[in-house]
Design a protein around this ligand. Structure first.
Ligand code: GDP
Length: 308
């Protein structure tokens, strides 16, 4: 297997070691299920996803007539795959010119790094990319994005201390005028205290639509996989404000809380059932700090890395 997968596996070992250990005993009994419940909760799958997985697993065990803990482990992998598979989707660009991608996330989640990695992927696929540095509150964020733009030789619209909405508006207009394939707008993860982040982000979303009636085509949230249930809370609140279309989950190379993906999957599935909205996919996962460490999400790979 490739190096990145090993890194995911090694990272998720911290999440999964507790889970895998449950299956080292000789019998399938209540104790096994109780230990599994604790292990899933420890992995930050949350109460609902834990209950869902246990119920699903017991049905599978019954249907298969399994007698060995190792068989139960394989069935757990299947249950996890079924829950996570709806999160698999490829990020599509090309339907619009440009495809406008707005990216949000709290400071430190890995937003700027992920944008850099995504830019590289797109530039390699011969897409003409333009970056919008709409986090004008944090000089370091702008500078970091400029470094990424430089490294990937893509254009950037950035303005020291400018208004985030107007920088974004200019960038989308420029992207259209210059025939760009993709415009990626980085946004602030925190604002000076008297300003409200969600209001600011909603404003940025509105001006993107003003600059291009069909945009934004994607509203992505970057979450740090290390933050577990807190990441789920972020997904909920950013979705309430922005109507998210996708997620990037970073830092899965070193987390004991990878179970949160199960919680997100269950929440997203219920949201889709209640509102008729699409499931919010995980377009990418971050498995390291290097450029190639942004990978597409695959439920089977994730489950096997988790339970290994
Ligand atoms: P931002 O504040 O959301 O823009 O976050 P940054 O992109 O600056 O990232 C914060 C830190 O997390 C940096 O040190 C990154 O190198 C690191 N980081 C981002 N993604 C990953 C990842 O997938 N794995 C690891 N190990 N570190 C990451």
């Amino acid at each position: 297997r490739e190096a990145w997968f090993q890194r995911l596996r090694k990272g998720l070992a911290r999440t999964g070691s507790g889970i895998a250990q449950v299956f080292t005993g000789a019998r399938i009994d209540d104790e096994l299920y109780e230990e599994l419940e604790s292990a899933l909760l420890m992995a930050d799958a949350g109460v609902r996803a834990t209950e869902h997985l246990l119920k699903d697993l017991k049905q599978r065990v019954k249907a298969a007539g399994s007698t060995e803990p190792s068989q139960v482990k394989a069935l757990l992998a299947d249950a996890i795959v079924d829950l996570l598979a709806p999160l698999e989707r490829a990020l599509m660009v090309g339907e619009h010119q440009p495809t406008v991608i707005m990216v949000a996330g709290v400071n430190g989640a890995g937003k700027t790094t992920s944008i850099g990695k995504l830019t590289k992927h797109l530039a390699e696929a011969k897409c003409k990319v333009l970056l919008a540095a709409a986090d004008t509150f944090r000089a370091a964020a702008r500078e970091q994005l400029e470094v990424w733009a430089d490294r990937n030789q893509v254009e950037i619209v950035s303005q020291e201390g400018g208004d985030p909405a107007s920088v974004t508006f200019d960038a989308v207009k420029a992207g259209k005028a210059r025939g760009c394939d993709v415009v990626i707008a980085d946004t602030a993860g925190r604002l000076p205290t008297q300003l409200h982040l969600m209001e600011e982000l909603r404003k940025i979303k509105r001006v993107i639509t003003k600059a291009d009636g069909t945009a934004p085509h994607e509203v992505l949230l970057v979450i740090d996989g290390n933050t577990g249930q807190n990441a789920l809370e972020q997904v909920k609140s950013f979705d309430a404000a922005l109507d998210l279309t996708g997620l990037i989950v970073t830092k899965l190379d070193g987390t004991a809380k990878g179970g949160v993906l199960a919680a997100i999957a269950l929440w997203s599935r219920d949201r889709a059932a209640q509102s008729g909205k699409k499931v919010i996919p995980v377009y990418f996962i971050g498995v390291g700090e290097k450029l190639e460490d942004l990978q597409t999400f695959n439920a089977r790979e994730f489950a096997s890395a988790l339970l290994n």
